[in-house]
Write a protein that binds this ligand. Structure first.
Ligand code: BGC
Length: 664
């Protein structure tokens, strides 16, 4: 072979090799695995390859990871079906999570990644104030930041999807879940819901540290009769459109990835079998492109609600209404195949549901980057920015309700200060209801916060006084003794975290009698009393408010709440929170909210035994300084549909301290 021939041969050989390589790659890499193909093209390709049983498993969610002993990882992973669509991931280990994901990627027939979800409600490990408290801050940027931080901590623990934010407009504080939302106003729920979504989802869902959000509970759950959780809801079209739907619509416009259907029965058609709300409004009118997940067992519950005679019919109703993924009750897994065979459901309809689920998995980038970083706990949690945002938001959430004779901030002359109450040394309830993977050991107690903040200048005397409930008054004696030798009494009362949240309804929103009695006894000492309350709901303060000199509602402020309240009491921080929900005079005054429709005879028809007004209205909150508002200047006195106008007002701080003021 001469020189020329040999080089021709080489070119020919390369050409053949290239052609082979291209056809090999075309054969080997299906379109759905091609990073560069459009998401919808990838979904179509994958749907063509999937069997019906695989599709149904994509529509199924299980829980996993409660037992996360590293010695059992391997065994546990072996047991798992790698075709499952989603897991509620209860472990915090990214290593374990990656092993499960590896199994899905490598051992399932088509290598479809699992979507790992978890209830990251107000933080993952760094716990921020409960959402109701967050709304009291009126600080959207800060709330967005907390969701960003929570998303990062969750992502680094293997979670890609949170079941948050809850935007159920809640007007009955007996309902335990008022703590999980942003209060009684539709607009407030809309803007805070959007801030949370933006924080969780970031600019691009496929970026590192971002997770998919889930708007819940769609829709009307907060109207549970009498505040009893899970109960019937009578929702008029007026209330539905005017009050309940707007926050969901705002979230859909903000591109929320998923929506969760509620447990409640909406005027005879349960939310989890409601074609009108799930399909006609959410998917058709609003064009939501993500998927709908049922609430925990809410498909199975259709039989309890007597709209399905058995689980098969429950599955059929939920599916046809528009639920794409079944949370934990296996109704879809056990019935959809049969329903397709019986021609009650078409493959086309199944494809539509699976398409939505796959779309979120693709948007999250799970097919291309299925694994999360495996960092140590120290590198993942409670980082500097998390701590400072948690402190800042806790402080901005606290609401000063009374401050007689400017008893606060604490005066230099207060040399002996009594710290009384079951909240003083608590590190559990301060985290609040549904506190993710928060740990009491991380929490700064009120006692620690105050010791740090004022312990060097004043002598602090502590007595628990009583427990949160029960009738053991034996601790009163010590409380009274320390009260007598103190210049001011700081009394920390409130609710256990378990009294709020799911299944946390209460027939009365008053503090248990023993806590009220403690105040009555302390009052007899004649010392000034500063009452600090920690609760997941508005409280009935009718019998207490005129027995004390100051009240601060600190809500359930999270891991760094103990520091925030100490800095507010000392005056380092001037309180700026305002209520996002009305505090009624008594439980019997419920429902009461600021934008109630006018009565036919406004001056009459009210309860005869209490004042007409609530005790503290929506938007109420004091400061250590005073503000003066100018007249409102409006850019135009007329407004067309879709047009915006601006209203300006000048606020002057006329007091002696710096402060922050939200103009409502
Ligand atoms: C709750 C939801 C929660 C889900 C998953 C249900 O019981 O109602 O809010 O997201 O469980 O934990």
């Amino acid at each position: 072979m001469n020189q020329k021939n040999s080089s021709n041969f080489f070119v020919f050989f390369c050409f053949i090799f290239l052609v082979n390589a291209i056809s090999f790659s075309q054969k080997k890499i299906p379109v759905y695995k091609d990073k560069n193909a459009a998401i919808e093209t990838r979904i179509n390709d994958l749907l063509k390859l999937m069997r019906l049983d695989e599709k149904i498993l994509q529509m199924t969610q299980w829980t996993y990871g409660k037992n996360d002993n590293p010695n059992n990882f391997e065994e546990k992973v072996k047991e798992l079906n790698p075709q499952i669509g989603s897991l509620i991931y209860r472990s915090t280990s990214p290593i374990y999570r990656n092993q499960i994901q590896k199994k899905a990627m490598e051992e399932s027939r088509l290598g479809i990644p699992i979507l790992f979800g978890f209830d990251v409600i107000h933080g993952y490990r760094t716990i921020f104030p409960i959402p109701l408290a967050q709304a009291s801050s009126w600080n959207l940027d800060l709330v967005k930041k907390t969701s960003e931080i929570a998303a990062k901590e969750a992502w680094l623990s293997g979670v890609n999807w949170t079941f948050s934010p809850m935007v159920d407009v809640a007007r009955d504080p007996r309902w335990g879940r008022v703590s999980e939302g942003y209060g009684e106003d539709s607009y407030v729920n809309s803007v805070f819901g959007v801030a949370a979504i933006q924080g969780y989802q970031g600019k691009n869902l496929s970026d590192k540290y971002t997770i998919a959000a889930c708007l819940k509970h769609y829709v009307g759950y907060s109207l549970s009769e009498g505040g009893r959780d899970y109960h019937y809801t009578d929702v008029s079209r007026q209330t539905l459109w005017e009050t309940l739907l707007p926050p969901f619509e705002a979230g859909v416009k903000a591109n929320v990835a998923t929506v969760m259907s509620g447990f409640n029965d909406i005027s005879g058609v349960p939310a989890s079998a409601n074609h009108y709300t799930l399909t006609e409004i959410l998917k058709e009118k609003w064009q939501h492109k993500g998927f709908v997940v049922s609430d925990w067992g809410s498909i199975k519950n259709l039989t309890n609600q007597r709209v399905a005679k058995d689980l098969k019919q429950a599955g059929l109703k939920a599916f046809l209404a528009g639920i794409d993924m079944d949370m934990v009750d296996d109704v879809y897994k056990n019935n959809l195949l049969k329903l397709v065979e019986e021609k009650k459901i078409t493959i086309f309809q199944i494809n539509n549901a699976v398409r939505r689920i796959l779309r979120i998995k693709f948007r999250l980038g799970l097919f291309d980057k299925p694994y999360v970083d495996e960092l140590s706990e120290k590198e993942r949690y409670l980082q500097e920015d998390a701590i400072s945002v948690a402190k800042e938001l806790a402080a901005e959430s606290m609401v000063l309700l009374i401050n007689e004779n400017d008893i606060l901030p604490l005066k230099k002359e207060f040399k002996n200060i009594a710290l009384i109450g079951p909240m003083v040394k608590d590190s559990i309830h301060i985290l609040g209801s549904w506190a993710g993977k928060g740990k009491p050991n991380d929490a700064k107690t009120i006692f620690e916060g105050l010791t740090n903040e004022i312990g060097a200048k004043s002598t602090l005397h502590y007595a628990k006084g009583c427990d949160f409930d029960g009738d053991d008054t034996s601790g009163f004696k010590k409380a009274i003794t320390i009260a007598k030798k103190s210049d001011v009494l700081l009394v920390f009362l409130g609710e256990k975290s378990s009294w709020s949240g799911e299944n946390g309804s209460r027939s009365t929103i008053a503090l248990p009698k023993i806590q009220e009695d403690l105040i009555f006894e302390l009052k007899k000492t004649g010392k000034p009393i500063v009452l600090v309350l920690s609760s997941g709901r508005p409280l009935e303060l009718y019998r207490l408010h005129n027995k004390v000199d100051a009240i601060i509602e600190m809500w359930q402020p999270g891991t760094f709440g103990g520091i925030a309240i100490a800095e507010i009491l000392s005056g380092k921080i001037n309180p700026s929170g305002k209520l996002p929900i009305t505090f009624p005079q008594t439980t019997g005054q419920i429902p009461i909210y600021y934008n109630m429709r006018p009565s036919a005879v406004p001056k009459m028809g009210h309860y005869q035994d209490i004042p007409i007004e609530p005790l503290y209205q929506f938007g109420f909150g004091l400061s250590y300084t005073d503000y003066q508002y100018s007249e409102i200047n409006i850019s135009s006195s007329k407004i067309k549909k879709e047009q915006t106008i601006t209203a300006e007002i000048e606020v002057t701080n006329t007091g002696n301290l710096n402060g922050k003021e939200t103009v409502l």
